[in-house]
Design a protein. Structure first.
Length: 120
């Protein structure tokens, strides 16, 4: 039974400039999954670089508050909000709170570098 501790996942700066920890990815663990799951952090006052995936993505907000940008739409997000990001949509998120904004990212099918385009 795989149990993956967040602290055991290396933190790195993703292409959109958030801090990311890939927790589950079918290419990294021997798991029969279509999707990948990551933990993301955006520091106070920062915005991720606009980008798009050719896959769908879901954010689940764990901590903080922000402004989600998907194409020409903008919505405030806060703890326990879920955001669906359709394939090919231009997306970014701004941390509008005083502390870190943290969220889970689920990408289906699993995230691959060649499926992401950084626009900034």
């Amino acid at each position: 039974m795989p149990v993956i501790a967040l602290k055991s996942c290396p933190e790195f700066t993703a292409g959109d400039h958030c801090l990311l920890r890939e927790m589950i990815h079918p290419d990294k663990q021997d798991l029969a999954l279509r999707y990948s799951l990551a933990h993301a952090t955006v520091p106070a006052g920062k915005t991720t670089t606009p980008h798009r995936l050719c896959t769908s993505e879901v954010y689940y907000i764990l901590q903080g508050q922000g402004l989600m940008h998907i194409d020409d739409d903008h919505s405030e997000v806060a703890v326990s909000d879920t955001v669906y990001i359709p394939p090919h949509a231009v997306q970014s998120i701004t941390n509008t709170g005083p502390g870190e904004l943290t969220f889970i990212c689920i990408v289906d099918p699993a995230w691959q570098d060649e499926n992401e385009e950084i626009l900034g």
